[in-house]
Design a protein around this ligand. Structure first.
Ligand code: SF4
Ligand code: SF4
Length: 113
């Protein structure tokens, strides 16, 4: 499946919240809710597992619904952070430390700009 790159570089096309919403997949919602409930020590309901994708208007879940990178890039009108003249800013660097694999997606885009 083609990548759907979030502002921060995450590939939303691999995210269960995106896939569950896109395919209206109740089984994936249930499995993911159980997994996330254990991982984040909280009670996540299956109906919560729905996301339209980072750069789309609509529903976003968990960290992504409050993400500072998302808010910044959206306000700047950047396609994603790879296209931003301030790349990589402190906010993005702080996020990428938590998600090092994601940086590869942004670097790949930058290599082809
Ligand atoms: S923005 Fe949505 S689809 Fe993309 S990674 Fe975050 S929760 Fe998943
Ligand atoms: S300033 Fe940072 S977070 Fe904002 S769009 Fe640029 S690289 Fe992304």
């Amino acid at each position: 499946m083609a990548k759907i790159i979030a502002y921060c570089g995450i590939n939303c096309a691999e995210c269960p919240a995106y896939l569950a919403h896109k395919n209206d997949d109740d089984e994936l919602r249930a499995v993911t809710a159980e997994k996330w409930s254990k991982a984040y020590n909280s009670d996540i309901k299956p109906e919560y597992v729905n996301c339209d994708g980072c750069t789309m208007e609509g529903r976003h879940v968990g960290y992504c619904s409050k993400c500072g990178v998302r808010k910044c890039a959206s306000a700047k009108g950047a396609q994603n952070c790879a296209h931003c003249p301030d790349y990589p800013c402190e906010t993005l660097e702080a996020f990428l430390k938590m998600a090092p694999r994601v940086k590869e997606n942004l670097e790949e885009i930058r290599a082809n700009l």
